[in-house]
Design a protein around this ligand. Structure first.
Ligand code: MG
Length: 215
């Protein structure tokens, strides 16, 4: 077995253990992935504030360095744990085990996992998530789904963020969604702006569906 295959199978084993831990507590995990700067943390801040008192959320933050994002999340009143990957380019199941032990997310909640900003390796690592969300912003190239197909193929939802900037950029949403559909037919998509608030209602509705139901 190649080193990569061994690494991934070890990760899958640990992910299964984490998955049981989450299932026992009726917690639904969402793995949030994107390039750096697509607006994952801003979307989380806005979402936590928008759903306060409605949907229990806690957050695991992944970045190579700094605790900045976890601190931003905590200012919303939400529990957050920061994991620093150092030279690593993604979160893995082992890091998630550590994060869960520290965070101790409440039963019946949604756990948002903000992965390291990167469209390549995060797609390979199972984090016991119930769903995978890839965030793209309209300031990126609209051909990203073709360039990073594995990320888009394994996603359950594509969010096009920063739609408030569409008048100022050369981004063709229709073309981007067409490429995404080509890579992953039937992929769910949402268009929103975490800063203007446009489109957030549909995102909140999508999240409500992720909340585990008892039994
Ligand atoms: Mg971030």
């Amino acid at each position: 077995m190649s080193l990569e295959a061994r690494l991934l199978s070890k990760n899958d084993e640990l992910a299964e253990t984490n998955r049981r831990w989450l299932a026992e507590r009726n917690i639904s995990a969402v793995n949030l992935m994107s390039s750096p700067g697509a607006g994952k943390t801003t979307l989380l801040e806005r979402t936590i504030r928008g759903l306060a008192g409605e949907l229990p959320i806690s957050v695991i933050e992944g970045d190579q360095e700094t605790r900045r994002d976890a601190e931003r999340i905590r200012t919303t009143g939400c529990s957050a744990v920061q994991i620093n990957t150092g030279a690593g380019c993604h979160l893995d199941a082992d890091m998630l085990t550590t994060g869960l032990a520290t965070l101790d997310p409440p039963a019946g909640s949604v756990l948002m996992i903000e992965n390291v900003g990167n469209l390549v390796c995060p797609a390979l690592f199972d984090l016991s998530e119930a769903s995978r969300v890839v965030v793209m912003s309209v300031t990126e190239g609209d051909d990203k789904p073709l360039k990073y197909p594995h990320m888009f193929r394994t996603a359950d939802l594509l969010i096009l963020n920063k739609t408030d900037l569409l008048p100022y950029v050369d981004f063709d949403s229709g073309r981007c969604l067409g490429y995404a559909e080509q890579i992953n037919p039937g992929l769910e998509t949402l268009q929103l702006s975490a800063t203007s608030g446009e489109g957030l209602t549909s995102w909140y509705a999508w999240l409500h569906v992720q909340l585990p139901t008892d039994g």
